[in-house]
Design a protein around this ligand. Structure first.
Ligand code: FAD
Length: 261
C-alpha cells in the first residue's frame, strides 16, 4: 500500500479502554476523518501519543463506526504504554499507516486447518483474526495456543471462551510457564505444550505472533517438520534479533507427531 493517505497522521479518539488480563489493555479508537478505512485484523498502524510512537497490530476493525481495537501490554517504565494505560475516553492520539497484511489474507489456500501460536499480547491479533474469519463463515478449523506466565496473565479469556462456545470449529488453549498447583490446563512454553496437540502440521497454516525468540524457534522447527514456508506467517512484537537455539528447535520438532523431513 503506497497511497499518500497512508502517510498522513490521523486523529484517533479513545472511545473505551479496559484491562483484559494483568498488564494488558484493549483500547478502542475512533477515527473521525474521511480518509479510507480499509483496516482488518493483522494490519499494523503506528500510534503516536506526544513524542513517542510505536507500531500496534489491529485486533478489531469496524468500518461503519470507524473504530479500531488494539491490545497492548503495559511495559512498566515504558515510554508509551504507561501513558496509554492511563488514557481514558476522549483522549486523542494520532495514527498513521496501513502496514503488513490482514492475517486472513495470508492463510495458505492449501492448508486444511489454521493454528495460531502466540506469546503474551500476541493473542490479540489471533483473537481478532478468529473473530473475523468465523464471522465470515470460514470453514477450516482454527486452534490457538497462547503462552503466558501465570493465570493472572491470561488475556481475553472471556472473549475467547465465548467464541469457542459459539463455534465448534474454533478452539483455544492457554499454556502457562509458571502455573499454580490448581491449574488444569497446558503447562510450559508454546513450543513445549502445543506440538503434540497438532496432529498433521504439514496440513496446517501457522500464524505466529509475539516474542521473536518463540517465532525463530517455532519457524525453524516447522521447517524441520516439512511445513511449507508459504504455510507460515508471523508478526514479531519485540526481541527481533533472537536466534533459534538448534537444540531447542530439534526438541520442538520432535514433539510434533510427524516424522521430520
Ligand atoms: C509490527 C509490530 C507490531 C506490534 N504490535 C503490538 C501489539 O499489537 N501489542 C503490543 O503490546 N505490542 C506491539 N508491538 C510492540 C510495540 O510497538 C512497542 O514496542 C511496545 O508497546 C513498547 O512500548 P513502550 O514505549 O511502553 O516501551 P519501551 O519504552 O519502548 O520499552 C520496550 C521494552 O519492552 C519490550 N516489549 C515491547 N513490546 C512488548 C510486548 N508486547 N510484550 C512484552 N515486552 C515487550 C521490548 O523488548 C523492550 O525491552 C508491536 C511491535 C511491532 C514491531
Amino acid at each position: 500500500m503506497t497511497e499518500s493517505w497512508t502517510q498522513a497522521w490521523r486523529e484517533a479518539i479513545v472511545t473505551d479502554t479496559r484491562p483484559v488480563g494483568r498488564g494488558a489493555r484493549l483500547l478502542h479508537l475512533m477515527v473521525p476523518d474521511e480518509l479510507p478505512f480499509p483496516f482488518q485484523p493483522g494490519h499494523v498502524v503506528s500510534l503516536r501519543d506526544g513524542a513517542v510512537r510505536h507500531p500496534y497490530t489491529i485486533c478489531q476493525a469496524d468500518p461503519v463506526r470507524r473504530r479500531l481495537g488494539l491490545l497492548f501490554r503495559v511495559i512498566p517504565g515504558g515510554r508509551l504504554t504507561p501513558a496509554l494505560d492511563g488514557a481514558g475516553p476522549g483522549h486523542r492520539v494520532e495514527l498513521n499507516g496501513l502496514h503488513h497484511a490482514p492475517v486472513l489474507e495470508g492463510i495458505a489456500p492449501a492448508a486444511a486447518a489454521v493454528v495460531g501460536l502466540s506469546t503474551g499480547s500476541g493473542i490479540g491479533p489471533l483473537w481478532g483474526f478468529a473473530e473475523q474469519a468465523l464471522d465470515q463463515g470460514f470453514h477450516r478449523p482454527i486452534s490457538l495456543f497462547a503462552g503466558f506466565r501465570e493465570e493472572a496473565d491470561l488475556c481475553l479469556a472471556a472473549e475467547l471462551d465465548e467464541l469457542q462456545a459459539a463455534h465448534p470449529g474454533f478452539r483455544w488453549h492457554p499454556t502457562l510457564t509458571r502455573p499454580s498447583g490448581a491449574w488444569q490446563g497446558l503447562r510450559g512454553r508454546v513450543g513445549e505444550s502445543a506440538p503434540a496437540l497438532i496432529p498433521e502440521p504439514r496440513a496446517c497454516h501457522f500464524h505466529l505472533v509475539g516474542n521473536g525468540a518463540m517465532l525463530a524457534e517455532m519457524k525453524a522447527a516447522l521447517a524441520l517438520c516439512g511445513v511449507p514456508s508459504e504455510q507460515v506467517t508471523s508478526e514479531v512484537f519485540f526481541n527481533f534479533n533472537a536466534e533459534a537455539d538448534p537444540e531447542t528447535v530439534r526438541a520442538i520438532a520432535a514433539r510434533f507427531s510427524t516424522p521430520q523431513a
